[in-house]
Design a protein around this ligand. Structure first.
Ligand SMILES: N[C@@H](CCC(=O)N[C@@H](CS)C(=O)NCC(=O)O)C(=O)O
Length: 115
């Protein structure tokens, strides 16, 4: 949001504290996971980082409106939130898959500007 100069208020939530404020966060995300977004301009409440990024990209980053670029953005969001996340956070996958994925990512982005 800073990169796109979208005004925002950052709310830090200590879920581990289980205080009233953290518990009321379950109204925002019933699964109790971070991050989440509340858009005061239209009342939208959204969780899942990928959905948040897609929403911000489609509704606030007005310079991106061609389908090819949008598809590429969606590809990298889904790659990060599915393929890469499973590799990083599932221990049995990490050892085998992580070096391969990171090696390929490194190859791609040493040749190409990060967009
Ligand atoms: N797929 C979700 C993952 C959400 C997630 O697992 N968030 C972690 C922090 S990165 C969390 O809230 N952990 C606290 C907990 O599970 O109690 C997303 O991308 O938003």
């Amino acid at each position: 949001m800073s990169e796109k100069e979208i005004p925002y208020e950052y709310v830090n939530i200590d879920l581990a504290a289980r205080k009233d404020f953290a518990l009321s966060y379950l109204e925002v995300n019933p699964f109790g996971k971070l991050p989440a977004l509340k858009d005061d301009s239209n009342g939208l409440v959204l969780f899942e980082s990928g959905a948040i990024l897609q929403y911000l990209s489609e509704n606030y980053a007005n310079e991106i409106n061609d389908p090819v670029t949008c598809a590429s953005i969606d590809q990298w969001i889904l790659f990060a939130n599915s393929t890469l996340a499973i590799t990083l956070f599932v221990p049995s996958n990490k050892e085998r898959e992580f070096p391969r994925l990171i090696g390929t990512l490194n190859d791609i982005y040493t040749k190409k500007k990060f967009w």
